[in-house]
Design a protein around this ligand. Structure first.
Ligand code: GTP
Ligand code: MG
Length: 143
């Protein structure tokens, strides 16, 4: 296994429910290092750009409206095997199917409002990280 980066986004429902601290605490407790972080309000166009791979899906309108409905918190995370380990930590897309102990099982209300995003590959992690953070703003040396 090698050190990887993945992009997390604490979605607008996470921010609205005042769960930023709780979710970051779980993420750090699982051994992920924060390499970049900010709060940002996406426009509808920006949300459409981020989720362009889903543009043909029936839920695209709902998804992009939700992702632009309030501020969200993108975070570049680093850890050995980060991509798969983060997907395991957040749980299934539908919180009703998410395992006990996962972030979505604990906090998410529905498949549409599921608290957190996680990249699905190392390459997408890099692309998605660069969607929010220029390479020079991602730090390498936090303890
Ligand atoms: P992300 O980490 O956000 O990418 O979720 P995922 O990788 O677990 O799921 P996927 O990439 O397949 O879908 C992206 C997002 O679209 C999901 O997180 C959901 O919020 C949303 N989504 C997926 N399926 C549905 C659906 O059937 N209905 C609605 N409303 N939203 C959906
Ligand atoms: Mg996905």
């Amino acid at each position: 296994m090698s050190i990887e980066r993945t992009l997390a986004i604490l979605k607008p429902d996470c921010v609205r429910k005042n769960l930023i601290g709780d979710v970051i605490s779980r993420i750090q407790g699982a051994g992920f290092k924060v390499r970049a972080l900010k709060m940002v309000q996406l426009s509808l166009r920006e949300a459409e750009g981020f989720y362009v791979v889903h543009s043909e899906r029936p839920f695209f309108g709902e998804l992009t409206a939700f992702m632009s409905s309030g501020p969200c918190v993108p975070i570049v995370l680093e850890k050995e095997n980060a991509v798969l380990d983060f997907r395991a930590l957040i749980g299934a897309t539908n919180p009703a199917e998410a395992d006990e102990g996962t972030i979505r099982q604990a906090y998410a209300d529905s498949v549409g409002e599921n608290i957190v995003h996680g990249s699905d590959s190392v390459e997408n992690g890099r692309l998605e990280g660069n969607y929010f953070f220029p390479e020079h703003s991602i730090v390498n040396n936090t303890p």
